[in-house]
Design a protein around this ligand. Structure first.
Ligand code: NAD
Length: 453
């Protein structure tokens, strides 16, 4: 089926109102859950072929997220879609007000390759839960996962409801010329701008889940052991190819030596060898080469080895880094961790404030004033105090960027709202209408209106 035909069929199908029925939505969410469970091995094999990601990591960072999302919506669908009663102001008496969440209609989800299942399926699940039809265009860069998702969906879902469209830049460019009711994009800030421009032509609203340079700050009041362990885990998970991984560290000078030693011992303990269960490959040759160029040999504190054949880069820590270094000019998105040091916490915050707003930020400290300053001064999508990445695992928190790191958010109820329109309804009684707003106007009426409003 041609993609134009699929889109037309989805538009027609949405008009039938069937997707608004809660039983219908639940039935397909259950179906998707069943398919994910049944095809778990297919999903593991595909992602392993693409970048050597293990079953353990795929389950904990992808499959479990997707299943949790489905369970969340199955449990909460009724309350999320229920019209909400709202207070009615004096000027609108005698009346009742409510907000009706309604599906937007036809959704386009464009996914990224680094967590291909989670970043494709999670928005799709939220879009279906909210009652929409959906086209998913996964990233062609993780080709096997794209094919696995298309097999699972296209063999079992009616294309007029949910369809996976396989393709790269050319296909996406064509898709972006068509009219959708919302485009949900995950990827780089550069491509996010292309999507935003194309969407503007049709006045299509967008959610843009982008990237950026996310800092982790470690002060002298941090629990250094815990900080090092959690940072090593979060930075080298997926070989650093995580949008919310700490991109660089800012460490208070007086504890830097001790902290770096602890960091080194955890990197060794976690054993990120080529082909190890706990480590993945760099996705492709061009990213591998881009990353190698960011390693300044004179600044290596730990690591620096690589294997071009295996697309392996050892966890690499760089020290004596300045803001002007190459590695500080772009989002790293790989297993390279530059460390800058600071003497004054507030001045360090000011330096971060000079940069584009990141997707995440992390602070390690037990000092309440520092926690307060970090939370109130810096602007970032979301983050943690004394941990990294884990804020994503709480679906009661919205996930999304701000400024250059994105527009809009999702997860839990926020995902449902992202794909819904909040329709306002004021229902008036047909009795008890004061004459005061109706012409002809008079000084006396104005006097009463002024009192009234
Ligand atoms: P990308 O921007 O290169 O690609 C994302 C999607 O856009 C893919 O589906 C791709 O086919 C499509 N695309 C690429 N170039 C295009 C073009 N010129 N025109 C139209 N479509 C195009 O991003 P990526 O390499 O897949 O992912 C890495 C980036 O994504 C990083 O910046 C990372 O921080 C960010 N990211 C953000 C999140 C988040 O949730 N905020 C999650 C993962 C990744």
């Amino acid at each position: 089926m041609e993609i134009q035909e699929v889109i037309l069929s989805q538009k027609e199908f949405f008009k039938t109102q069937q997707t608004k029925n809660l039983k219908f939505r639940k039935m397909y969410l259950e179906k998707l859950k069943g398919l994910i469970i049944k095809n778990e091995n297919l999903l593991y094999e595909a992602i392993y072929k693409d970048f050597g990601k293990s079953k353990f990591d795929t389950f904990t960072t992808e499959i479990s997220f997707i299943l949790n999302d489905i369970d969340y919506y199955l449990k909460n669908l009724k309350s999320l879609s229920k019209p909400k009663k709202i207070r009615t102001n004096l000027a609108n008496q005698i009346g009742k007000s409510r907000i009706h969440p309604e599906p937007l209609g036809n959704i386009l989800v464009i996914g990224a390759w680094n967590y291909p299942y989670q970043l494709s399926f999670s928005p799709v699940i939220a879009a279906l839960a909210a009652g929409n039809c959906c086209i998913l265009k996964p990233s062609e860069i993780a080709e096997n996962t794209m094919k696995a998702m298309s097999k699972i969906i296209n063999e079992h879902f009616p294309p007029e409801y949910l369809y996976v469209y396989e393709g790269g830049i050319d296909e996406t460019t064509e898709l972006l010329k068509l009219k959708f009711d919302k485009i949900f994009f995950t990827g780089s800030t550069k491509v996010g701008k292309i999507v935003y421009k194309a969407a503007a032509e049709n006045l299509t609203p967008v959610a843009l889940e982008l990237g950026g340079k996310s800092p982790a700050i470690i002060t002298k009041d941090a629990h250094l052991e815990v900080a090092a362990k959690r940072i090593v885990w979060g930075k080298f998970l997926n070989a650093g190819q995580t949008c919310v991984a700490p991109d660089y560290l800012l460490v208070e000078e007086s504890v830097q030596e001790q902290f770096l030693e602890t960091l080194r011992s955890y990197i060794k303990e976690f054993s990120y060898q080529p082909d190890a269960e706990q480590y993945t490959k760099i996705i492709n040759q061009s990213n591998f080469e881009r990353l190698i160029r960011l390693i300044d040999k004179n600044k290596i504190y730990f690591g620096g080895k690589f294997d071009k054949e295996k697309l392996y880069i050892e966890p690499t820590v760089l020290t004596n880094i300045n803001w002007s270094d190459e590695v500080m000019r772009e989002e790293i998105f790989g297993p390279i961790l530059p460390v800058l040091s600071f003497k004054n916490f507030n001045l360090a915050l000011n330096e971060v404030l000079e940069l584009e707003k990141p997707l995440a930020a992390y602070l390690f400290t037990n000092n309440s004033e520092e926690k307060e300053n970090f939370t109130n001064k810096l602007s970032f999508g979301g983050g943690c105090i004394n941990d990294v990445i884990m804020h994503l695992g709480n679906d009661n928190l919205p996930f999304g960027g701000v400024g250059n790191s994105g527009i809009g958010n999702y997860h839990g109820r926020f995902g449902f709202e992202t794909f819904s329109h909040q329709k306002s309804i004021l229902e008036k009684a047909t009795w008890g209408e004061p004459n005061i707003k109706y012409p002809p106007y008079s000084e006396n009426k104005l006097k009463w209106i002024k009192r009234f409003l």
